[in-house]
Design a protein around this ligand. Structure first.
Ligand SMILES: [Zn+2]
Length: 271
C-alpha cells in the first residue's frame, strides 16, 4: 500500500496529534520542554509519514505487528497491546449508549498503537479485529515475541453508578510491573482531576502469565454516567492513549512515580 497518497492525510494528521499529546505529557513529567522539543525533532517526520497501524492487516489478524517504528524515545522497545475481550466475549457493556467493551478496547488499542509508534516503539496487538482469544493466548503472544512491555486495555463495571475513574492494575509480585502501573496511573489522573483512584495489585491472569512488566488499564466504568460521557469521546480516548505512551517513555527511562501508591487489597477478576 502506498503511504503518501492524499487519502492517508487524516491518518497522518491523527498520528501527529497523538504524538503532540505524548510530547506535552512527557514535557510535564521527566524530560522538560527541551527534551520534549528534541523528541519532537527526532520523531515528527516519522510520525507524519507513518500514520497509525493498519486496522486490518491482511493475513496478520492475530497478534498483528504494526508498521515499522519511527525514531524516538521508545526505539527498540517492543510493546504488546492487548485489547481485552473480543468475539463472543463482549465484556462490560452499556447498550443504551452503544458502549460495548470489546469494541472500545480495540479502538483504544489502535489509538495506543499510534501513540507508541509515534514515540518509536515496535507494537504488536493481540488482536486486530473482533476475534476471541483466551487469556493464555494473549500472554503467550507477548512471551513468545519477547516483548518489553505488555499493556491490556479494558473498561470497568461496578454495581454502583457512583464508581468512576480510570484505574491501572499490576501483578503484585512484580516490582517493575508496579512501577509501570503507578506511572500510568499518574499520567491518567490529570485527564479527569476528580479521579482519585490509585494503581492497585490485581490477580489478573494476563498479568500473572506475562513475563515482562505488565499493566492492565481500565479506562473508566461503563456503569458510571460520568465515565460513559468521557469514554464516548474521541479526545478522551486519544488523551488516555497519549498518557499511557508517556508513562511507557518514563518507565523505559527508569522514572519513578512521584508518590509511592497504596499497597491496598487487590482486585480479583478473571482477566
Ligand atoms: Zn474487561
Amino acid at each position: 500500500m502506498r503511504r503518501y497518497s492524499v487519502r492517508h492525510a487524516p491518518a497522518a494528521a491523527g498520528a501527529l496529534l497523538l504524538f503532540l499529546l505524548v510530547v506535552v505529557a512527557a514535557a510535564n513529567t521527566d524530560g522538560g520542554p527541551l527534551d520534549a522539543w528534541r523528541l519532537a525533532q527526532d520523531t515528527w517526520v516519522g510520525a507524519l509519514l507513518q500514520g497509525p497501524g493498519p486496522r486490518n492487516a491482511p493475513g496478520d489478524v492475530r497478534g498483528g505487528r504494526g508498521p515499522q517504528a519511527a525514531p524516538g524515545p521508545l526505539r527498540g522497545v517492543h510493546v504488546v497491546v492487548d485489547p481485552g475481550h473480543g468475539g463472543r466475549d463482549r465484556g462490560a457493556c452499556h447498550f443504551p449508549s452503544a458502549l460495548i467493551e470489546k469494541e472500545i478496547n480495540l479502538d483504544m488499542a489502535f489509538r495506543l498503537e499510534a501513540a507508541l509508534l509515534a514515540a518509536g516503539a515496535t507494537v504488536s496487538l493481540t488482536r486486530r479485529d473482533d476475534t476471541f482469544l483466551t487469556l493464555d493466548e494473549r500472554a503467550q503472544l507477548a512471551n513468545e515475541r519477547g516483548a518489553h512491555l505488555f499493556i491490556s486495555l479494558h473498561v470497568n463495571r461496578y454495581p454502583s453508578p457512583e464508581c468512576f475513574g480510570a484505574q491501572t492494575f499490576y501483578w503484585p509480585d512484580s516490582e517493575e510491573s508496579r512501577r509501570l502501573a503507578l506511572l500510568i496511573q499518574e499520567e491518567l489522573l490529570p485527564l479527569y482531576p476528580p479521579n482519585y483512584r490509585q494503581a492497585l495489585p490485581g490477580d489478573y491472569r494476563v498479568l500473572r502469565a506475562t513475563h515482562m512488566p505488565a499493566a492492565l488499564v481500565e479506562i473508566g466504568f461503563v456503569t458510571s454516567p460520568v465515565d460513559r460521557e468521557l469514554i464516548a469521546r474521541d479526545d478522551y480516548r486519544d488523551q488516555v492513549a497519549a498518557a499511557i505512551a508517556a508513562a511507557c517513555i518514563r518507565f523505559m527511562r527508569g522514572g519513578s512515580p512521584r508518590r509511592g501508591g497504596r499497597r491496598g487489597r487487590g482486585a480479583l477478576a478473571g482477566k
